[in-house]
Design a protein around this ligand. Sequence first.
Ligand code: AMP
Length: 213
Amino acid sequence: MIVVLTGAPGAGKGTQAELLAKRGGFKKLSTGDALRKHVKAGTSIGKLAGAVMERGELVSDELLFSILREELALLSEGELILLDGYPRNIAQAEALDSLKSTHPVKAAILLDVPRQELVARLSGRRVCGGCGATYHVKEQPSKVAGICDKCGGELSQRPDDSPSSVNVRLDIYEKATRPVLEYYRKHGVFREVVGVGDPESIYGVLRDTISGF
Ligand code: AMP
């Protein structure tokens, strides 16, 4: 069973997916994380995807579907899966539906955040190269600038969080991903959750929304 967590880049999908995995009994599957692992490991997929990701564009649907199946195969059957970052367009939503005999979509939840707030969040985001912890230069700074509180690793900006890539990603979201919301609305599995505010309160609403299905 799959719950799709959707929303623009910077909406907080990663943070909420983390909380749902820790406390809500979900297995988190993030296609962005899977791709970044390939890039870091220098695999052939990573080489194909890396430059596209840096520009903030979408990697090909074929490559993503094969990554999705690969990641799903690593999880046990009957697992409750939280999908973060897929589908990002209608073709991907249809591809996911082709797996419905084993992986039906139970719910699709939008974390809704205004664009102005998204730009501020993404441009200030810093990520630890060691453990992957995320910070924000203004909202959630590390104790020592540039150093991770958790593991002492070095913090840096994701290449696709640069101002030019952020705008490309938000435009692609509006054009390609927003129609997916309507797709799930028509399937009767769509809900919206306000993604602005304290992450704990957002988590509470999100968890109750998912339980309502
Ligand atoms: P994310 O961490 O979800 O923001 O993903 C980072 C980048 O990985 C995106 O900007 C895309 O370049 C690529 N990516 C992740 N998921 C997908 C997807 N479902 N379709 C196409 N590209 C993706």
